[in-house]
Write a protein that binds this ligand. Structure first.
Ligand code: DIG
Ligand code: MN
Ligand code: MN
Length: 387
């Protein structure tokens, strides 16, 4: 039996805010004492993570002096080195401070919008200093509770203006960032703009620099919208826009739970891992999740180990599924090839004529076998460990 230890080739990362989460929720205060970025790096080093990500203010408090900031950065760089951690991704906190209570890039106040872009530029500087090459934008406050307050078309234009400006900033500074947009349908706002990953896939082509922009889908967020996460990721992969991914888990129809990867929907997690592995996704696998409020720091380490271990186990199961003779023979039965299927690959009047004249008998076609019950049962038996 393999030991399912984390493999650095899979680039497992955690945000400072994930294992550093102190357990606050809307109905209760902290249950764990706060630990420093250095202590978080030590914890991630101990559990075998590849890297760590941060929002600007996870690392440097918004009211830190320049001297304090320099010391924090120095200590953090040493902790990265001591623990063999890299920083693949950075992002900006545009959602905690009261100034963003009605949005950042989409705020109705031009000075707030300008401050949000200024804050992001400084956070991009910080991320670049730590080696980040992916910059995530999660617009947690970009939305409304009442559509009386903002014009949704104007809000899209404001968001585009900010991103176009920041793309050019990254280019002018030679940071080499790739921007990854992260969707969420609601929470903390009643309705968040760009609610699902598909919203951003439609938005990216309208930007001045679409080539440097992609998406960062999160399991919990698409589940909150009642969507099949694997299909959203497949759309991003197929478009060459899966620049980053936030792995966690989430019961459907619940607030954002940010559960340990695989905790709630093992079958969905299996097909996600299979998709990423089958298509050789080469980006970071970021566990944007946190331990249960009941956890102490020993259990926080179990949470972090569990995220990575579940991924490694499901990766093994995906390889087993791909090698399973009975499953593969069923797939052959199901996927019927035929010369007629190639006629529509390229339109021509000859192909149109051929297709119009093809003897396609709908009654016979409807009788073709589709042993999906057998196929799905075998899949479940791979997952349940009896094959
Ligand atoms: C929430 O899912 C968001 C924020 O934690 C952060 O901006 C982003 C980075 O993964 N995910
Ligand atoms: Mn989330
Ligand atoms: Mn996230």
């Amino acid at each position: 039996m393999p030991d399912f230890a984390p493999d650095s080739k899979l680039k497992f990362t955690f945000g400072l805010w994930t294992v550093g989460n102190i357990g606050r929720d809307p109905f209760g205060g902290p249950v764990r004492e706060a630990i420093s970025p250095v202590q978080i790096c030590d914890l991630l080093g101990e559990v075998g993570a590849y890297g760590v990500n941060f929002h600007d203010n996870d690392l440097i408090p918004i009211d830190a002096t320049a001297q304090e900031a320099e010391r924090i950065k120095k200590d953090f760089k040493k902790a990265l080195k001591d623990n063999g951690l890299v920083v693949p991704m950075a992002t900006t906190n545009l959602f905690s401070d009261p100034v963003f209570k009605d949005g950042a890039f989409t705020s109705n106040n031009a000075r707030v919008r300008a401050y949000a872009i200024q804050k992001t530029m400084r956070a991009m500087d910080l991320g670049a200093e730590m080696g980040a090459k992916i910059y995530v934008f999660w617009g947690g406050r970009e939305g409304v509770e009442s559509d009386a307050t903002k014009d949704p078309v104007e809000s899209i234009k404001r968001f585009r203006e900010a991103i176009n400006f920041l793309c050019k900033y990254s280019i002018s500074q030679r940071y080499g960032y790739r921007f990854a947009f992260e969707a969420k349908p609601n929470e903390p706002r009643g309705h968040i703009y760009f609610a699902v990953t598909g919203s951003y896939l439609a938005f990216i082509p309208t930007l001045d620099h679409p080539e440097m922009c992609g998406v960062n889908p999160e399991v919990a967020h698409e589940h909150m919208a009642g969507l099949n996460f694997v299909h959203q990721v497949a759309a991003a992969l197929e478009a060459g826009k899966l620049f980053h991914i936030d792995l966690n888990d989430q019961e459907f129809g619940r607030y954002d739970q940010d559960f340990r990867f695989g905790q709630a929907n093992l079958k969905h997690a299996f097909f996600l891992v299979k998709l990423l592995e089958d298509y050789k996704y080469n980006g970071p696998r970021h566990f944007d999740a946190h331990a249960l409020r009941t956890a102490n720091y020993d259990d926080v380490k179990a949470f972090a180990r569990g995220c990575m271990r579940t991924y490694m186990i499901l990766r093994e199961k995906a390889a087993q599924w791909n090698d399973d003779k009975e499953i593969q023979s069923l797939l052959k039965t199901i996927n019927q090839d035929d010369p007629i299927g190639r006629v529509t690959k390229k339109f021509s009047s000859a192909n149109a004529k051929k297709l119009l004249g093809a003897p396609l008998d709908r009654v016979k076609l409807a009788e073709e076998p589709l042993p999906y019950e057998r196929l799905d049962q075998l899949t479940m038996e791979v997952l349940m460990g009896v094959r």
